[in-house]
Structure formats: C-alpha cells, structure tokens
Design a protein around this ligand. Structure first.
Ligand code: ADP
Ligand code: MG
Length: 234
C-alpha cells in the first residue's frame, strides 16, 4: 500500500473555552476517498478549516507529503498540494468564471502543470465568460471545485458538495469525484447524503462533538450502535 500523502494526528481546535475538535487523527493515501460524516456542529467544517491552514490548531499536526503544514497560511498549503472547497461557495461575483479561475491559479501557483481543463472536469465548459454571480447554486459549487482543481491539488477537502443538488446533479458530482480519485487525488469528502457517499467510497470517519467516534466501512458505520445513537438520537 502507498504511503499516506496526508497525515492528520491528534488534531484539536478550541474557540475560547469551547472545544470544536478534539484529538482527531486520519491518514489518506493517493487516490483514496474518505467520507467525513457527523451531525451539524460536530466539527466537520472546523476539521477542514484547520487541515487547510485557515485555522491554527490548538494541538496536533497535519503532514502533507511528509512536510508539516499545520498553521498555514492557506496559500502555502495550496502551493504544497492541498486545496479545499467551501460549504457555501463565495465566488468573486463581479468576475467571470475564467477570471475566477485565473485568480485562484495565481494564488496557488506551484509549478505543477494542470493537464485537464478544470471547467471541463466539473462540467462548466462553455460558461467561461459568464459572471460568477449569474451562476445557479449547483454551478457555483462546480466553479468552487474548479477553483480548487486549477491549483493542481494532490489532496482535496470537499465540504458538502452534494447539499441542494438534484438527483441528476448528484450523480454527475459523484462521477466527477470518482474520476478525480481514479486520477490519484486523495479526497476527504464531508457529506450528509449516504447514497452519494456510497457511490464514491466505502470508508468513512464519523465525528460527534469534535471527536472521532467511528472509522471504517460505510456498511459497518450504519450498524455501529454509537453511530446509530448519534444520528437517531435517544
Ligand atoms: P459541522 O461542519 O460539523 O456542522 P462546524 O465545524 O462548522 O460543524 O462547527 C463545530 C462547532 O464549532 C459548532 O458548535 C460551531 O458553532 C463552532 N465553531 C466553528 N467555527 C467557529 C468559530 N470560528 N468560532 C467559534 N465557534 C466556531
Ligand atoms: Mg459544516
């Protein structure tokens, strides 16, 4: 088995006296997809924010291709080969689709060639000259993914790409993520939609109140008493 490209070890993040993330660890190998699952407020986005360098961790380490990267700043993490998408994309609305990509490429320049057209990959080819503000929600999510892809990432952190998409758009998005993984990119995918996750991975990590309560197969997760309790209450 290949060595992990991303190693998250004992990661913690507190905001004042509140602990949003508490001792989370995970290894990701090239081409591997891990689903990140948990109730609202369990720390999924915080994990992405810390791993991507937006937040400085209170404790723990993040290692990308053997180099410590925790503490950011985010553009340095992007240049080291990891990028993320946002739960709520915020494109530069007054710029066109291709201008948005150019800005992202300039920030993430790392000398790695990007062989495939990111707009082609996400299904936005032909919309290059549209203002980003004129895109619908699903197109804005795809632009956000293209923005990350244009930096040539080896690791992608995806925050709720599926939320709000139609069944056909979900199928498309799942196909896109499967192809990215097949091309060797490691993916950590935050998602509530189990059907969507099942199409792209069999491995999940479950968070509750900032702690990892399960890591293993999706099939085992849905039968795990602790996971069931967290999702169904009781
Ligand atoms: P999830 O993505 O799993 O829904 P989040 O990671 O967004 O959860 O949030 C986890 C907890 O951390 C929530 O209680 C949230 O209010 C808190 N939190 C997240 N970011 C901040 C912040 N910047 N300042 C204070 N609290 C935060
Ligand atoms: Mg979130």
């Amino acid at each position: 088995m290949a060595d992990p490209i991303l190693k998250i070890a004992d990661l913690a993040k507190s905001f004042g006296g509140f602990t949003a993330l508490d001792g989370v660890s995970l290894d990701l190998r090239p081409g591997e997809v891990v689903g990140l699952v948990g109730p609202n407020g369990s720390g999924k986005t915080t994990l992405i924010n810390v791993v991507s360098g937006l937040y400085v961790p209170t404790r723990g380490t993040v290692t990308l291709s053997g180099h410590p990267i925790h503490g950011g700043p985010p553009h340095r993490v992007v240049r080291s080969g990891m990028n993320r998408t946002f739960q709520i994309p915020k494109p530069l609305g007054s710029l066109t689709v291709s201008e948005n990509l150019r800005v992202a490429a300039a920030h993430g320049a790392n000398g790695r060639p990007v062989e495939t057209d990111p707009l082609e990959v996400v299904g936005l080819a032909g919309l290059e000259r549209r203002l980003a503000s004129s895109l619908n929600a699903s197109q804005q999510k795809r632009l956000d993914l293209a923005r990350a892809l244009v930096t040539g990432p080896r690791v992608l952190l995806i925050d709720e790409l599926g939320a709000g998409l139609s069944p056909a758009e979900l199928d498309d998005a799942a196909g896109t993520l499967r192809r990215l993984a097949a091309g060797g990119i490691a993916l950590l995918v935050v998602e509530h939609l189990m059907g969507f996750l099942a199409k792209i991975t069999s491995r999940v990590m479950v968070l509750n109140a900032g702690r990892r309560i399960f890591e293993g197969s999706l099939e085992d997760a849905v039968h795990d008493p602790q996971v069931v309790q967290v999702f169904l209450g009781g």
